[in-house]
Design a protein around this ligand. Structure first.
Ligand SMILES: Cc1cc2nc3c(=O)[nH]c(=O)nc-3n(C[C@H](O)[C@H](O)[C@H](O)COP(=O)(O)OP(=O)(O)OC[C@H]3O[C@@H](n4cnc5c(N)ncnc54)[C@H](O)[C@@H]3O)c2cc1C
Length: 471
C-alpha cells in the first residue's frame, strides 16, 4: 500500500499548534444567528434542519409558490453540520459515483446522469442569480492513481464513463503530473464538468440569505424535540414553543432522527480534514496545480484534496470512523486521524516538507448501505424525509430536497418515479451486530487496499447482497 499510516516526526511537527476548528467556519463574518422560536407559530411548510438539504427545501418551496408560508428551524446555526464542514466538492453525481449508480440502477443510469447534470447546473445558476460569493470554481475533478493497479482501474472507469456519454479524459503519468505535481501520481482521470468546488459554509450562508430574501422565516438555535400527528397538521415541539405545520420536511442528516424509522437506515460515520497554512509562490510552483482541480485518490479508503481562495490546501478523508455510541460532538476531533492524514499528505507532496497545518476538524456523514439518499413520508404523508447521502451530498442535497418536496406535496414526477426514490436501502442490523459488522467491513476494506484492491469473501458477499459501508 502506498500510504504509511504511522505518522513520523515531521508530520507531527507540522500539526503542532493546529486549531481544532473548521477552516470554513473559523471566521468573524458569519451571519448573526436568527432568533429562536419563542411562542407558538404556524406554517404551511416547516423545514427542520439548516444544512444544504433544509435550505434547498425551503428555497425551492418558496420559489415554486411565493404565497406558501415556509418556516425553517435549525438546532444550532445554519452550516454548523456537515454542510459547513465538508470538502466543498459539488458533484453532479446523485448516486455516490457512476459505478455505484450503474451497479444499483442500471436501467436508470442515463436518466440519473442527466438529472444530476441538470441539478448541478441549477446550483451554479442559483449561486449566480443570488450573487452568492462562495468561491465557486468550475475546475472539475482529477482522480489520481498512486499504485499501478489503480491505473488499470482508472482506464476501465474512463471507458465505462465514455460509454454513458461522460466527457472524461484519461491521463498518463506525465499528463496527470502536469496538473498535480506529485511524484507519486501514476495516472489520472480528469472530469472537467462533473464537479465544481465551493467554500461550503459560504454557500450555505448564501442560501440562507436567499431564503430570507424570498420570505422564508428562519429560526436558529431551535432544536425540534419531537413531532406529533395532530390530524390535519403536525406539531413540532421546540423549547420556546410549538410550530404547527400542514407539512413538515426533515433534513437532519446524520443527527439523531425525529422519526425512529430513519434510525434503521443511517449510521453516523465521522470523516476528518486538515488544512495547511497558505503556500508561498515557491511552494505552489513546486507542485503546479494551477487549475485548482478537486483531487481524489482511488482506493477504497480515499483522500480528497483541493485548494482554497487564499492559497491553502485542504486534505481529508481516508479514515471513516463509526463510533458505537453514534452521533456526538465528542467525535468532532480525532488526533490519531489528523496524524495519519498529515503523514499521507507529505507522502503525496514531499516537496512541501516544512509546511504547517493550521486547522483540523471532523464531521458526521449519514452513511446508508447503498451510499445514496433515500426518501419517505410519515404521519399520513404530512411529513417527508430524506437522508443517506453518505459522503456526496453537497450537490445531491438539492435533488434530495426537490424530491422530498414532490413527495410531501403528493406530486408524481420523473424524480419520484425513479427506482432509487421508490426503494429504501437495506437496513443496518441493530447493535451490537451493527458495530461488529462495520468493524469487520472496515478491516476488510483496509485489507483490500493493502492487497491491490482484491476484495475478500466478506466484501464479496456484501457486494452480492447490495449492502455496503462507505464515506
Ligand atoms: C468532513 C466531511 C467532508 C465532506 N465532503 C463532501 C464533499 O466534498 N462533497 C460532498 O458532496 N459531500 C461531502 N460531505 C457530505 C456533505 O457535507 C453532506 O452530505 C451534506 O452537507 C448534507 O447536508 P444536510 O443538510 O443533509 O446535513 P447537515 O449539513 O448535517 O444539516 C443538518 C442540520 O440539521 C440540524 N438538525 C438536526 N436535528 C435537528 C433537530 N431535531 N431540530 C433542528 N435542527 C436539527 C443540524 O443542526 C444540522 O445543521 C462531507 C461531509 C463531511 C462531514
Amino acid at each position: 500500500m502506498f500510504y504509511r499510516d504511522t505518522p513520523g516526526p515531521d508530520a507531527l511537527a507540522a500539526l503542532s499548534g493546529v486549531r481544532h476548528a473548521c477552516l470554513w467556519l473559523d471566521r468573524s463574518d458569519r451571519p448573526a444567528a436568527a432568533a429562536p422560536v419563542t411562542g407558538d407559530e404556524s406554517a404551511d411548510l416547516l423545514v427542520v434542519g439548516g444544512g444544504f438539504t433544509g435550505l434547498w427545501t425551503a428555497l425551492l418551496a418558496k420559489r415554486a409558490d411565493p404565497s406558501r408560508d415556509v418556516v425553517l428551524v435549525e438546532g444550532g446555526r445554519v452550516a454548523d453540520g456537515a454542510s459547513g464542514r465538508n470538502g466543498g466538492f459539488v458533484a453532479a453525481s446523485l448516486t455516490h459515483g457512476l459505478l455505484n449508480g450503474i451497479g444499483r440502477w442500471p436501467d436508470d443510469t442515463d436518466t440519473l446522469l442527466r438529472l444530476g447534470r441538470e441539478n448541478l447546473a441549477a446550483i451554479v445558476d442559483t449561486v449566480a442569480e443570488y450573487g452568492i460569493a462562495c468561491d465557486l470554481v468550475r475546475s472539475g475533478e482529477l482522480d489520481i492513481a498512486v499504485e499501478p493497479y489503480q491505473v488499470e482501474g482508472l482506464r476501465t472507469f474512463a471507458q465505462l464513463a465514455a460509454g454513458h456519454g461522460e466527457q472524461v479524459e484519461l491521463l498518463d503519468a506525465d499528463q496527470a503530473r502536469a496538473r498535480l505535481g506529485s511524484p507519486a501520481v501514476l495516472g489520472a482521470v480528469y472530469d472537467p464538468d462533473g464537479v465544481v468546488l465551493v467554500d461550503p459554509a459560504r454557500l450555505a450562508e448564501g442560501l440562507r440569505a436567499a431564503c430570507l430574501v424570498e420570505g422564508v422565516r428562519v429560526h436558529e438555535r431551535t432544536p425540534v424535540r419531537d413531532l406529533s400527528d395532530a390530524g390535519d397538521h403536525v406539531e413540532a415541539r421546540c423549547d420556546g414553543g410549538v410550530v404547527r405545520a400542514e407539512r413538515v420536511a426533515l433534513a437532519t442528516n446524520a443527527y439523531p432522527p425525529l422519526l425512529d424509522r430513519i434510525r434503521h437506515f443511517v449510521v453516523p460515520v465521522y470523516d476528518y480534514v486538515i488544512a495547511t497554512e497558505p503556500l508561498t509562490d515557491a511552494q505552489w510552483s513546486a507542485i503546479g496545480w494551477a487549475g485548482r482541480e478537486g483531487v481524489g485518490d482511488t482506493a477504497n479508503q480515499f483522500h480528497y484534496t483541493r485548494t482554497t481562495a487564499d492559497g491553502r490546501i485542504v486534505w481529508g478523508g481516508y479514515d471513516a470512523v463509526h463510533y458505537r455510541d453514534g452521533f456526538s460532538p465528542r467525535h468532532d476531533h480525532r488526533d490519531e486521524t489528523y496524524g495519519r492524514l498529515a503523514e499521507h499528505f507529505f507522502q503525496l507532496f514531499p516537496q512541501l516538507a516544512g509546511l504547517r497545518f493550521t486547522h483540523a476538524w471532523g464531521g458526521a456523514i449519514d452513511t446508508c448501505s447503498r451510499f445514496t439518499a433515500f426518501w419517505g413520508t410519515a404521519m399520513g404523508g404530512k411529513v417527508g424525509y430524506v437522508a443517506g447521502f453518505t459522503g456526496l451530498g453537497v450537490g445531491a442535497s438539492r435533488f434530495g430536497a426537490a424530491t422530498m418536496l414532490d413527495l410531501v406535496d403528493g406530486r408524481s414526477t420523473e424524480r419520484t418515479r425513479l427506482e432509487m426514490v421508490r426503494t429504501k436501502p437495506i437496513p443496518f442490523p441493530p447493535e451490537p451486530l451493527r458495530g461488529l459488522g462495520i468493524s469487520w467491513t472496515t478491516a476488510a476494506i483496509r485489507q483490500a487496499d493493502a492487497n491491490e484492491g482484491r476484495r475478500n469473501l466478506w466484501l464479496r458477499t456484501l457486494d452480492r447482497i447490495g449492502l455496503g459501508f462507505d464515506s
